[in-house]
Design a protein around this ligand. Structure first.
Ligand code: ZN
Length: 200
């Protein structure tokens, strides 16, 4: 690839470290930033500089938070009987946007994938077990993990590890997306939707 002025190369290398961004896209981002007013670029740089200094991990649920304990963990009006296990912090925002779930969360920080070196020890599984041991309120753990090979493996592993507790272990229902036609559904999704049918 042809050489670019050093500041462009530096920013390009930084953008190229983002997930799903290759060198061409990284260069496109650099040119985009160059076209913006200096004040906008400074605002972006300022936000990046302050990110690590102002965000840390909640010691209870392991989500990213600005306060010592996150807003959900310290909120006494949340239902502390329910604990929803998610892969990453971003999943909490997705579930919260449904406005259906009022319980608490536990972020694993990934999914089991021994090929990539992600084992039970590298995830927040030990902390989940400690949390269940010390809790007198949790009656149900909802495994809200993706229906992928890694997600299924992690849910199987957790269901086995958590079986020592006298609590209900559930997982999200699988079914058809809203507005979807049956003819476009794959066999597994349609099969799950038939098995998980509900009375109207
Ligand atoms: Zn928390």
């Amino acid at each position: 690839m042809r050489r670019f002025p050093e500041p462009i190369q530096h920013l390009m290398a930084a953008f190229a470290r983002l997930p799903g961004v290759g060198p061409k896209t990284a260069l496109r981002y650099v040119y985009y930033v160059l076209k913006q007013p200096t004040a906008d670029a400074e605002l972006m740089a300022h936000a990046l500089q302050h990110l690590h200094g102002h965000i840390h991990i909640c010691p209870e649920c392991f989500t990213y938070t600005e306060t010592e304990i996150c807003d959900i963990c310290k909120n006494s009006s949340r239902d502390h009987n329910f604990l929803c296990v998610v892969e990453e912090s971003r999943d909490i925002a997705t579930i919260e946007s449904t406005d259906v779930y009022k319980g608490c969360y536990h972020v694993l920080g990934g999914l089991l994938n021994p090929m990539d070196g992600i084992t039970a020890e590298t995830l927040h599984i030990r902390e989940l077990i400690d949390r269940l041991r010390s809790s007198s309120t949790i009656t149900e753990v909802i495994l809200a993990l993706p229906s992928t090979i890694q997600g299924e493996t992690t849910m199987l592993y957790l269901a086995k590890r958590l079986s020592e507790f006298p609590i209900k272990i559930t997982r999200l229902a699988r079914g058809l997306p809203a507005g979807a036609s049956l003819e476009y559904a794959d066999d597994i999704t349609l099969g799950s939707a038939i098995c998980g049918r509900q009375q109207t």
